[in-house]
Design a protein around this ligand. Structure first.
Ligand SMILES: [Zn+2]
Length: 683
């Protein structure tokens, strides 16, 4: 979708409904003039000179014009093409319907029409005179799920929105997490005035310590996000960097460079999430970040829709909105429904209940804990991230469960099975997580019993389906009762479905729309939803990571491509694995390795003694001998056919032999293995 609307195309199809509109330019030029909005009345010439894309109004007004004509409405003499027809109709009906449309009524009808038009397009209040511009660049999170990071810039200042991590695919051997490439941030580091965090999910804060090892900026976030970042900083030896923390309060504006930012409370699958309202030099921009609209959240704090409406009514230039669930029709269910499922499952459970979910889903964990207490069960928390998150959220007051309800893992056997709830990690089938270790009978304290009930209160994140399925197989073999997808409401998503996306679109009614957080198909589906909600399709852009978009009151367009990418991290030591290492591992895994070594006499310029060849991952062991012989012959024929002039150069010999062997293996085996050749020079 091309979003450059500096010059609206005059050649576009005329809007067939336009002629009916009393606010259309022609109608306005006549008696309706006094009905123009203040802004239009003040500068009608400029408006047409700037060629503001009119169809923005047209789009929403299509709906208005689709409605049944009001039979009582007197024809508008300025509506040229339909006036005769309408007049005829009116004449025919006059006998039955003697309603007299008085001038006052007519004026009122027109006034209502004007008010409706103005209400549906509040962004028209934004001055088109502003010469300013802002730029927005996603460095992660578009064209992918997770790894969210973006930069917003004005002429002189910039800020970063979220610094998230993502997960590797199965070709990235030994890689545990991916963090974004920060090179663009280095190039604009003097402009960057801060980092703005929307919520504490790993895909929004997980890469913070890696960024801070290179660049440090003030961080603005709510207390929970900062507490989670502090945990990470402590792990990475960055404890001193908590001095960059700025605790924000919702419903307040913070000046960061040229931007005034308000955190608006939002519901999501983690507590204390926020959307952002950003007042920029060119107009207000709203970024939903991850969201769903939960009208019955566990903590009672609903999404602050009033603030969305507040900014929407004042006019919003651009909306960035979460596209993760763009394909889902209807509404995402409230977190509360999971509690109902837990009630049933706790009633059915005879032995221990083991509940696994995302360690960040505080409300889910709270709901399970509340059921445990109601059923007289003690709570045992197992798994590093789960223990840490529960400890942090309890300290901050987000989980209100008394100490007396908790027990340690080694105390579990002291209680009857029916008196135990274990809350644990591993719902994604992660190998090292507690649930997987229980399933493989490797857990130090918990040995599974057939009387156990295991509740998996999560769905597999795309890419994790295989490991979740493997976990299910293991659990089933152990004979436990598994409660998973067969209960519809055992898990609900944290992301908005289409009707919630529409609610935000209608509250904000932006001029421009940029769907974010999702792969291309997700953002495309979101754009379609937005078009149905009155956003002109030409005022949207489907972005990918690295697309730099310029936004002015008049247009939105892609101006540049920024270098983006991922860096590979080994979680065991929190260190980076360099690209070439990962590429070598991929080659080793897919094409194997050949190792050739020999001694070359500096006198005879021929191999001295045996040529040693070994290969791995290319042919079955039983064929090793024959294949190694083949390679030896290539080396021998090299020395027979190549006359070495001057002194013996081991580098050149190694290079030449590598080339010949590669050619042979590509030809006969269609493989590109790693080929190591070592030539020792001897007398
Ligand atoms: Zn999230």
């Amino acid at each position: 979708m091309n979003g450059n609307h500096e010059n609206p195309k005059p050649k576009r199809n005329p809007n067939p409904y336009r002629q009916n509109r009393p606010t259309a330019p022609k109608a306005n030029s006549g008696e309706v003039k006094h009905n123009e909005t203040k802004q239009e009345a003040a500068k009608p010439k400029q408006a047409s000179a700037q060629k503001e894309p009119r169809s923005n109004t047209g789009n929403t007004s299509n709906k208005n014009n689709n409605r049944k004509p009001n039979p009582n409405r007197k024809p508008n003499p300025n509506q040229k093409t339909t006036s005769n027809k309408n007049a005829n109709k009116g004449r025919g009906r006059r006998k039955q319907q003697p309603t007299n449309v008085s001038p006052a009524m007519k004026e009122c009808l027109l006034e209502n029409e004007r008010v409706q038009q103005e209400r549906m397009n509040p962004w028209k209040q934004i001055s088109l005179q502003s010469k300013g511009k802002i730029r927005f660049t996603p460095l992660g999170g578009l064209g992918e799920i997770g790894g969210n990071i973006a930069v917003m810039e004005s002429e002189n200042s910039a800020f970063i929105i979220d610094v998230g991590m993502s997960f590797p695919d199965e070709t990235m051997h030994g890689v545990d997490i991916l963090v974004p490439d920060f090179s663009y941030l280095h190039t604009i580091k003097d402009k960057i005035k801060g980092i703005v965090i929307t919520h504490s999910h790993e895909d929004h804060i997980g890469a913070m310590p890696y960024l801070f090892k290179e660049l440090k900026f003030p961080i603005y976030a709510t207390p929970l996000a900062l507490a989670m970042i502090e945990n990470k900083f402590n792990e990475h030896g960055l404890s001193a960097d908590t001095k960059y923390f700025n605790f924000i309060t919702k419903r307040k504006q913070y000046q960061i460079g040229d931007f005034k930012i308000e955190w608006m409370h939002m519901t999501h699958s983690i507590v204390d999430s926020s959307s952002l309202a950003i007042e920029t030099p060119v107009g207000t921009v709203i970024h939903t970040a991850d969201f769903k609209i939960d009208h019955t959240p566990i903590d009672g704090y609903t999404a602050d829709l009033h603030r969305f409406a507040h900014y929407g009514a004042k006019g919003v230039l651009c909306l960035f909105s979460d596209s993760t669930n763009s394909h889902n029709p209807g509404f995402t269910k409230s977190e509360k429904v999971v509690g109902g499922t837990f009630d049933r499952l706790f009633d059915l459970a005879k032995g221990r209940v083991i509940m696994s979910t995302f360690s960040s889903n505080v409300h889910r964990i709270t709901q399970a804990m509340e059921r445990a207490i109601d059923h007289g069960r003690k709570i045992c928390v197992i798994g590093r991230s789960m223990e840490r998150n529960i400890e942090t959220t309890r300290k901050l007051g987000y989980i209100n469960v008394d100490d007396k309800h908790f027990i340690e893992p080694h105390e579990v056997p002291k209680y009857k099975d029916g008196d135990i709830l274990i809350v644990t990690t591993g719902s994604q089938g992660e190998n090292m997580a507690a649930l997987s270790r229980m399933a493989t009978d490797e857990h130090r304290h918990i040995k599974l019993k057939p009387s156990d009930t295991i509740i998996i209160s999560a769905s597999a994140i795309p890419g994790n389906e295989g490991s979740v399925s493997k976990l299910m197989n293991l659990l089933m073999k152990s004979g436990v009762t598994i409660r998973y997808k067969e209960f519809n409401d055992i898990h609900v998503s944290g992301h908005a479905a289409q009707e919630e996306q529409k609610l935000i679109l209608r509250l904000v009614q932006p001029k421009f729309f940029l769907p974010v957080h999702g792969e291309y198909n997700h953002i495309a589906a979101h754009a379609k939803t937005a078009a149905g909600c009155g956003v002109d399709p030409r005022n949207m852009l489907l972005m990918s990571d690295g697309d730099q978009v310029e936004i002015t009151p008049k247009f939105i367009k892609k101006v540049k491509s920024i270098k983006t990418g991922k860096r590979y991290i080994d979680n065991m030591n929190n260190k980076e694995i360099y690209d070439d290492v990962v590429v070598d591992r991929q080659k080793l895994a897919s094409d194997g390795i050949v190792n050739i070594s020999m001694q070359v006499s500096s006198d005879t310029k021929k191999p001295n003694g045996k040529i040693s060849v070994s290969t791995f991952g290319i042919i079955p062991n039983k064929d090793d001998k024959r294949f190694e012989k083949e390679i030896e012959q290539i080396v021998e024929s090299y020395f027979l056919t190549n006359k070495i002039e001057g002194s013996v150069n081991s580098k050149k010999i190694e290079e030449d032999i590598r080339g010949s062997v590669r050619k042979q293996i590509v030809r006969t085996k269609k493989l590109y293995p790693i080929i190591m050749v070592t030539a020792f020079i001897s007398k």
